[in-house]
Design a protein around this ligand. Structure first.
Ligand code: FES
Length: 206
């Protein structure tokens, strides 16, 4: 019998929680937000995306198995369905818990031509991590991403809900110093900003 061929990294997803073991963690605020969103759509299924953003905020920036199970439970969907959505979109953090700040460096064509790889390599040397890795102190995660749709500012970085560009080494140094001093997680802040946009749209559509 031939050996099995492993394609890609081994599956690191946590096991699917048993419904009886669910540890629900949504705050009262999060529950109220999800309830408000549910009134806006004919089917709860449509709330999976904003529900996942609420979960990403509530679970500290990471959609763990428990986080996905809680969204599935609160929207009466299957775990597989919600996990399928969460793992399809790269803005949801499902592969591993990110650091307090996720630095996304664009190396798509325009940024590449304007020094995107140099910028990525500089970040790697400053932080001692590569794509998809997090610093030991849990402060920074580095990710190489495709076009951030801000090519006129190439080379571009995204950190939380902010875009920076064109970025040079000096700007990287200043940004890292500023982020190290910040008490706020830009990963969690981004999730909250997106939840608030969904809620504002819900209000406007009434
Ligand atoms: S190629 Fe980097 S923002 Fe478009």
């Amino acid at each position: 019998m031939s050996d099995l061929i492993q394609i890609g990294a081994p599956n690191e997803r946590p096991r699917i929680p048993d419904p009886s073991e669910l540890k629900l963690k949504f705050s009262d605020k999060a529950i109220a937000e999800l309830e408000a969103l549910k009134t806006h759509y004919p089917e709860w299924k449509a709330c999976v995306l904003p529900g996942l953003w609420i979960a990403q905020r509530e679970y500290g920036g990471y959609l763990s198995g428990d986080a996905i199970a809680e969204v599935a439970y609160r929207l009466q969907r299957s775990y597989a369905e919600v996990e399928g959505v969460a793992t399809f979109y790269t803005m949801y953090n499902t592969a591993h818990k990110p650091g307090k700040h996720k630095i996304e460096v664009c190396t798509c064509l325009s940024c590449q031509l304007c020094g995107g790889y140099r910028l990525r390599d500089y970040l790697t040397s400053k932080l001692g991590i590569h794509h998809g890795e997090t610093t030991e102190d849990g402060m920074f995660t580095l990710e190489e991403v495709e076009c951030l749709d801000a090519c006129d500012r190439a080379p571009v970085l995204q950190i939380g809900d902010e875009y920076y560009g064109p970025v040079d080494e000096k700007m990287v140094d200043d940004l890292l110093a500023k982020l190290r001093k910040s008490n706020e997680s830009t990963v969690v802040k981004l999730a909250d900003e997106i939840v608030q946009v969904h809620l504002r749209e819900t209000e406007r559509a009434k």
